[in-house]
Design a protein around this ligand. Sequence first.
Ligand SMILES: [Ca+2]
Ligand SMILES: [Ca+2]
Length: 424
Amino acid sequence: MSTVKPSSSTRPKPEASSLRAATSRPVTIISTTYASTNTTLNPVAATIVDFFNNLLDQIPLPRWAIYTIFAAGVLLILLCCLCVCIKCCCRGNKKKRQQKKDEKISMKGVNGKTTTALVQPDVGDVDYGSTRKYRGKLLYSLEYNAATSELMVGIKQADSLKAMDLGKSSDPYVKVYIVPDKIKTCETKVFKNTLNPGFNEQFNFQISKASLLKSTVVMQVFDFNRFTKHNIIGELRVQLGNVDWNHVIEEWQDLAEPAKFEEENLGEICFSLRYVPTAGKLTVVILEAKNLKSMDVGGSSDPYVKVQLALDKRKWKKRKTSIKKKTLNPYYNESFTFDVSFEQIQRVNLVISVWDHDTVTRNDAIGKIYLGCDSAGNQLRHWADMLSNPRRPVAQWHSLLSAEQVNSTLALKKKIPLPSKLPF
Ligand SMILES: [Ca+2]
Ligand SMILES: [Ca+2]
C-alpha cells in the first residue's frame, strides 16, 4: 500500500523497487519461510496461518510493531486479570476476617446474654424460689467444748416445711452428720403430720479443734414414709471454720436444695429365704454384702450380720454370722434355720441388720432392713416370693436403711417370754 512510507526506507531494495506489489511480496517470502515447515502442518493449520498473515499484511505497521502492540495488549490483559484476582482474594479475606469478627462479637453477645439473661435468673430461681418459698426453715444451735473436743449440734424446731405427702403435710425428722469425716449419723424422732415440728434434740460429736475448722455440719430434714422411700425436704450446711466459737450459735436458716452428690449409702446385702410349710422351717442364708459404710478410722469396718425374728412385733429369736475383719464387701454364705409354723409365718417379721464389730467400744449398726407381711417395697416382694415358692430358696439384694429409720417403723416390743410359757 502507498501509505506504508516510514518502513519503506529501511526495507531491502527488491521490495522497495516494487511498491505496487508490496502486498503480495511478503506473503511469498513468509510462505517460503513456512514452506519448509509446511510439510509438517496439515492443510487446515496452513490456511489459518495464511489467513493471519494476510490479516497482518493489511495492518499498515511493521511486523515488530504489531507484535509489540500485541504483546503489550496481552501483558495489559494479564495485568488486569492479576489485579482482579488480587482484589477478589483480598475481598474474600476481608469478608472472612469480618465474619470472624462478627462471630466473636456475636459470641460475646450470646455469652453476655446467657450469663445475664438466662443463667443468673435461673440460679436465682433455685436459690430464692425453691428454698425460701417451698422448703421451710430450721432453727439449730452450735456449741463447741474445746476441753472435751465435743461439738453439740442442737436441732430445735422447723417452720413452714414443704408438704411432701398427699394430705398437704409431712412427717419430718432431721438427720445430722459431719463431713468429710462422716463418722456417725444422728437422727431426731419423727414428728407425724406437721409442717412446724419442735424437735428439741441435741447431738454430740467428738471432733478435734483442727478437724472442726475443716468440717461442715450437715442437717437434712426428711419426710418419713412408712411404705416408700423417705424424701428429703431440704438441708443446711454450716462450714464450721467460719463459726465464731466464743458464743453459742442459735439461728434460723432457710433450708436449701439438697446436694445430690452425697446421698447416704449404707451398703447392700444379699441373702436367700426358703420356707417349708409342712416342716415349719424358715431358712435364711446370709450370702454377702457390698459397699458397706466404713465405721472405723482408716475407712473400713468389721461387719457381721444379725438375723432376728419378731413375732407379733415382739423380739423372738436371733442368730448372727461370724465377724469379717476389715472389709466393706464381706462374704459369709452362712445358713440359719428357724422353726416357724405355717400359722406363725403370717405374724413374723425378719430383721436383718449389719453391724460393725468393735473390740473396745460398743458395736455400731451399719444398716438394717426388715421383711414380713407388713414390710414394704423390695422387702415385701422378697417375702412374698418366698411364700409363693415354698421349698425353694429365693435370693435377693437389698439396700440397707438406717437402723433408726427401721426401728421407728417397726418399733419392736420387748422380748417374748420363753417359748415353753407361750400358749401355742
Ligand atoms: Ca410422709
Ligand atoms: Ca470396727
